[in-house]
Structure formats: C-alpha cells, structure tokens
Design a protein around this ligand. Structure first.
Ligand code: MSP
Length: 540
C-alpha cells in the first residue's frame, strides 16, 4: 500500500532454488544478490515487492551426498538449507520468503499442478529411451551424447542409457505459441544473445519431455521426491517439481497478486528450463507467463573455471573473509558491478577486487563524503551550511544534473540493467569531484567575504552526494545508511519513496554533519588476499 492507501503495482523477482547436496558458493550468492538489488530498487521505487529464493531438495544427488556423509537425505537437506539461509543473511539479502521443496505447501502445489496437467492430457504416459546424465539429473539428446563421447557435457561423467515407462509433458504442443510469445516480447529472455540462442534451439523442434521417474523400491535415491498423483510407482522429475516453486510460494491468497513474476533471475546453465519448459508448463496450466527470464553468465576465479575437481570454488568462508576485512558492501559492490550480467563470464581476481574497491569506493563515494564533511567541519563548525536557496552555481545546475542521472538510472532498473543503473550514481559523484576541483572552496574560504559561496558549494556537494547515495543504496545498504546518518538524514527505503527523496534540497541547513571514520578505507594492493579463519572453514 502507498501513503494514500492504494495498492501499488506488484513486483515479483525470483532466484533459482539451489540444490542442497552442497554448500553455497559465489555462484549462488551472485544470482541471489542480483535479485536482491532489483528487489531493493523496486521497494524503494514504491513497488509492492516480493523476492523469493530457496532450496531444491528432491534431487538424486542430495541422497547420494547424504549417504556419503552418513546422514538421512532430510537431515542433509536441513543442514544445507540452513547454510544457504545463513549465507544469504550474512550478505544482507532481503528475500521475503525462503522456500524449501520439502515443505508441505510446495508438495501440495506440485501435486495439484501435475494433476491439472494430467487432466488436460498435457501430461500422459509413454515410453522413453535416452541418455541420462547422473551428475546433472537430466537426459541429454542423442546428438549431444554422441558429440561428447557419451559423457556428461558438464562433468564428463559417463552417461547411462535408460529406458523408462514414463509420464511425459506435451512440450511439442506449445512450440508455436512459445515462439510467438518470444518474438512478440523482446524482453522475455535477456540478455539479447541468450534470447537468440534459445530461439535457435526451439527452431530445431521441441519434443515432449519425461516428467516422472519410476520408483525402484530397492534404491533409496529413487524414492526421494514427490509421488505422481494417482500413481505411487512414479515420482515427479525434480526439475518439474523445482520450477513449480515459483507458484508454490504465492499460493496463499494474499500473495496471488504477485503472479505473473516480473523477473526470474537464473544462470545461463538453466535457461532452457526457465525460458522453454517453464513457460510451456504455465501455458498448460492456463497461467500467465513471467515478464522476463534473465540469464546471467558465470563467475570464474583468477582466470580459471571453478569446479569441484579443481577445488577452487569461491566458497562462503572465503566470501565471509572478504566481508570481514573489507565490509560486505564492498563485496556486494564488486559482485554487482563486475559480475557476469551479460553474455560473457567474469573473473573474480583479488587484484581486480582491490582496484575496483579503491577506484569506486575509497576514491569515489568515500572520498567525496570525507572531503565535503571535512570542509563542513572546518568552515561551518560541522553544521550543514545554508545555500539560501541556491541550487545552481557557476554552470552547475544541480537539480537538473541529479534529476537526469536519477531518471536514467530508473530506466535502467526497469530494463534489469542494474550495473548501468548504479553507474549513474558514479556519474553524479564524478561531477561533485569536478565541481570541488573547479570551484576550489578551500581557497575561497580564506576570504571571509566569500563564505556565502563556500556555503553554496558545500551544501550542493553534500546534497548531490546524498542523491547519489540513494541510487547506491540497493547495492550497499549498510554503508549508505551510515552515510545518511552522517548527513543527518533519516531515510527508510520502503517507508520512503525514492521519487520523493530524489527531489533536490532535502538536506537541512544547520543539521550536524558527522565526519566519522572513512567509509571505505583504501586497500593496499600489495596486501595478501583474505583467507578464511579456521573456525569459519569448519563452520561453513
Ligand atoms: N536446482 C537447480 C535450479 C532449479 S530452479 C527452479 C539448480 N541449482 S544449483 O544449485 O545448481 O544452482 C544453479 C545456479 O547457481 C545457476 O543457475 C546460477 O544461477 C548459479 N551458479 C552456479 N555456479 C555459478 C557460477 N560459477 N557463476 C555464477 N552463477 C553460477 O540448478
């Protein structure tokens, strides 16, 4: 609800739900962070926002991994779901719900949706022979299997030939409607390069896909999962189960307004499921399609792909060590601005982390704030100076400069170009820098007759920093709230609207401005990268 008591437009953003066979790492955190920044921007814009994440627990590899650890699948799932939840809390993610696929609300919804599709014969019983990729929990086509010498294209593990009497989803029936939808909605699959890949693959033809697995009473792996409605001998394929999570979370009445989802944020590895299978399932269910499936690329580390066999995943203990030494906002900033939002992978290198933190944070927003706060301290006794209504000075039209930057940022937010949106805050800060450089308040302050000019320059600089900080807040909530506190502003995103806050002139003359310690201390490039403490590694 907004202030007038009317309902604001709903916004629903999701992340993939993560397999609980393993602990969280940078890849999972990144996808969830992207969704978090989008959700925070939207809440601040006044949208009625719902941000969902969670865990995918019915995969065979969860059973395998539980066995290896000597615990039951649900115990293993409990432990790892808790690890995901805790990791996301440490990164300050603002998800409104955390769904686990072993929860009743989800199981009930999955069975209801599958029943509905059986009734309309969108799901039917048939025979399937194919190449099963154990590590990925999916069949690969004959062509792909041959191309990879009958090994998993992802992990290299030997493929298994399987024949199954199975339930199938009539994917082929929706091929034309899906193509038409993708063509009519250019923003449905992002980024553009991924959209073209998907269209190309759909044009090769869509075949019906198996959606169940036969239960082998002697194999515990095969018993883990949701039973097919009306047929206790089959369980629902984990991907069908998982995709339905996006509906399960909003099943109750007061959340139904959130469908259709605005954005499903996913990694490129699972785009096919989200951009093809999922929309066709929704068509079969008579539901509207989501606004956008955004598939980002991958993080690699110090130039190398991250993999289990290389043992080089950037794991939580390492990420925690970064947060502890440099602040979680510095890590959030690096991930958000340098991450693989486009069609190419991004490298997490320590040297790059230092370079970006120093350039954008220490020398950027941190330096702008401390320069201005220092001068206010020195020349105005630490109180916000009074510009007596002046908002322009020597060619700088601040309301126009900040308005233009904010408007451009908002357009980019709507397009899911989050790094682009954040970059407009950087532009404001660079102008503040140039403004101080050219107007030289420190020189004018030597002449008492010019103190009015100094007041104008410093007020305008501080106010421009405040506006830039609003645009930076979704990426760096802790630090920007600290900055607001120092500038004497009481802003509560969610209660306040970004639109109102962006209006020039909110800083109150006379308010104490706190200098404080530097917001982002400069990092010595020669410093060794942080390593997890022993207790962190053990606890993760
Ligand atoms: N359980 C499925 C998703 C079901 S959604 C209905 C799954 N889970 S997963 O645990 O394997 O997580 C996959 C997601 O993690 C990827 O889609 C991507 O979002 C993220 N990443 C995993 N490794 C990654 C990188 N190296 N870099 C960036 N993100 C990556 O698939």
């Amino acid at each position: 609800m907004n202030e007038a008591g009317t309902q604001t437009q709903p916004y629903y953003v999701t992340t993939p739900i993560y397999y609980v066979n393993d602990r969280p790492h940078i890849g999972h955190c990144y996808t969830s962070l992207v969704a978090d920044v989008a959700a925070r921007f939207m809440r601040f814009l006044g949208r009625d926002t719902f941000f969902l994440t969670g865990t995918d627990e019915h995969a065979e590899k969860v059973v395998e991994s539980a066995e290896n650890h000597g615990v039951s699948p649900i115990e293993w799932a409990d432990q790892n779901a808790a690890a995901f939840r805790a990791a996301f809390e440490r990164l300050n993610l603002s998800n409104d719900d955390f769904l686990r696929t072993t929860e009743d609300r989800h199981i009930k919804n999955v069975r209801a949706c599958v029943s509905a599709m059986m009734e309309t014969e969108d799901i039917y019983l048939g025979d399937y022979v194919g190449w099963w990729d154990v590590s990925q929990e999916e069949y690969v086509t004959e062509n792909v299997a041959r191309e990879h010498d009958y090994k998993s294209p992802v992990t290299g593990r030997e493929l298994e030939k399987r024949t199954e009497r199975n339930y199938f989803f009539r994917l082929s029936k929706y091929e034309e409607r899906l193509i038409a939808h993708i063509e009519a909605n250019p923003g449905f699959i992002k980024p553009e390069a991924r959209r073209n890949e998907v269209i190309g693959r759909i044009r090769d033809g869509l075949q019906d896909v198996p959606v169940s697995r036969k239960i082998d009473p002697d194999d515990p792996k095969s018993q883990w999962g949701i039973r097919m409605p009306g047929d206790e001998t089959h369980r629902i394929y984990v991907w069908i189960d998982a995709l339905l999570n996006y509906l399960s979370a909003i099943e109750n009445e007061d959340r139904q307004r959130f469908w259709p989802a605005d954005v499903h944020v996913v990694g490129k590895d699972i785009l096919w499921f989200h951009a093809v299978i999922w929309p066709c399932m929704l068509m079969a269910l008579g539901n509207e399609l989501p606004g956008c499936v955004y598939a980002h690329s991958y993080w690699i580390r110090e130039g190398r792909k991250m993999s289990k066999s290389l043992g080089n995943f950037l794991d939580m203990p390492t990420m925690d060590a970064y947060c502890e030494r440099y602040s979680r906002d510095a890590l959030r900033w690096f991930l958000m601005t340098q991450g693989p939002m486009g069609a190419t992978d991004s490298d997490f290198s320590h040297a790059k982390f230092v370079e970006v933190s120093n350039a954008d944070l220490a020398n950027g927003v941190g330096n702008a704030l401390s320069r201005v706060a220092n001068m206010i301290q020195k020349y105005f006794d630490g109180k916000c100076p009074n510009p007596h209504g002046a908002s322009k000075f020597e060619g700088y039209d601040w309301p126009a400069i900040t308005k233009e930057a904010a408007e451009k940022a908002c357009v980019k937010i709507m397009q899911m170009d989050l790094p682009g949106a954040l970059s407009h805050a950087g532009q404001i800060l660079r102008q503040v820098d140039a403004f101080i450089h050219t107007t030289e308040p420190f020189k004018r302050a030597k002449d008492p007759a010019r103190m009015e000019e100094v007041a104008i320059i410093l007020y305008q600089s501080a106010e421009a920093i405040r506006i830039a900080s609003l645009l930076l807040w979704p990426a760096m909530p802790d630090k920007m709230e600290d900055l607001w506190h120092r500038l004497g502003c009481d802003i509560k995103p969610g209660r306040e609207r970004l639109g109102q806050q962006l209006i020039w002139g909110a800083l109150r003359p006379g308010t104490p401005i706190e200098k404080g310690e530097s917001l982002f201390p400069r990092i010595d490039p020669k410093e060794e990268p942080p390593v997890p403490s022993v207790s962190q590694s053990a606890g993760a």
